[in-house]
Design a protein. Structure first.
Length: 254
């Protein structure tokens, strides 16, 4: 499946969350602008029904990435750069691009399922918008549920009065509301990312401590330890083929 199609499929899966809310599920299509005749011409206004969608649009990219593997991958990559002690190499654009590509690779099974079972039938007219959104939510929720800790899921299911915790079974995807699963998944992803990041930066921390101790023992207190430790960190990272190990570990963690 080509990249633009995968992004459209991912967008359809994101709409499953909005479609699960009564305010959004009531209408399958909402006009964004309303044009009415007025004095001296036409008056363009925003209908009240479309206002929630307009408010949601600026947050769509962040929400879309929050429902995928992007959070864990991006946090680990930025923690790696922090551990290396380099503030600008690799640049943000490179790290974000790598995170997006790895996210598409990890999410490709779910995206292909969404494309086959929800997106293509919706384009063909055999499924309504709400039905396609429900079909798209199932593989997305399955992926999220596998990565979500039970205690994090319980935190949001028990904290929502509209959800009966007795009816929520983590082994049955259809019983877990997406509105509670999404924040629980993101919370679990942040914890997992920090755990992986700690293991990644721990060797670099040891190098920093050793270099600082050696420079202090030699009386070279005016020499910044980062100038000495950075080449050593890069040498260690390249010697052990760090990018291969890190990318393989991130993919294997899902």
């Amino acid at each position: 499946m080509k990249l633009p199609a995968m992004l459209l499929v991912a967008g359809l899966s994101l709409l499953a969350l909005a479609a699960s809310l009564p305010a959004f599920a009531a209408e399958t299509s909402v006009p964004l602008l309303n044009v009415t005749p007025g004095a001296g011409g036409q008056v363009i206004g925003v209908p009240g029904a479309s206002l929630p969608w307009l408010l949601l649009f600026p947050f769509l990219p962040a929400l879309l990435l929050a429902f995928t593997a992007f959070t864990r991958i991006a946090v680990v990559l930025f923690l790696l750069r922090q551990g290396l002690g380099s503030q600008s190499a690799p640049p943000n654009l490179v790290l974000m691009g790598l995170a997006v590509l790895l996210t598409i690779f990890v999410m490709s099974p779910a995206l292909k399922t969404i494309n086959a079972e929800a997106y293509q039938p919706y384009l063909a007219g055999s499924l309504s918008f709400n039905a396609a959104a429900e079909q798209a939510a199932t593989p997305l929720k399955s992926f999220m549920l596998r990565q979500t800790r039970a205690e994090d899921l319980s935190l949001f299911t028990e904290g929502d009065p509209s959800i009966d915790p007795a009816t929520v079974d983590p082994k049955r995807v259809e019983s877990v509301p997406l509105a509670a699963l999404a924040p629980a998944f993101l919370t679990s992803e942040l914890k997992t990312a920090f755990q992986i990041g700690f293991m990644v930066i721990l060797p670099f921390l040891v190098i920093d401590l050793v270099v600082a101790a050696v420079l202090t023992a030699l009386g070279m207190i005016m020499l910044p330890p980062q100038l000495v430790s950075l080449p050593l960190k890069l040498l260690l990272f390249v010697t052990v083929d760090g990018w291969h190990l890190l990318v393989g570990s991130l993919i294997g963690s899902f």
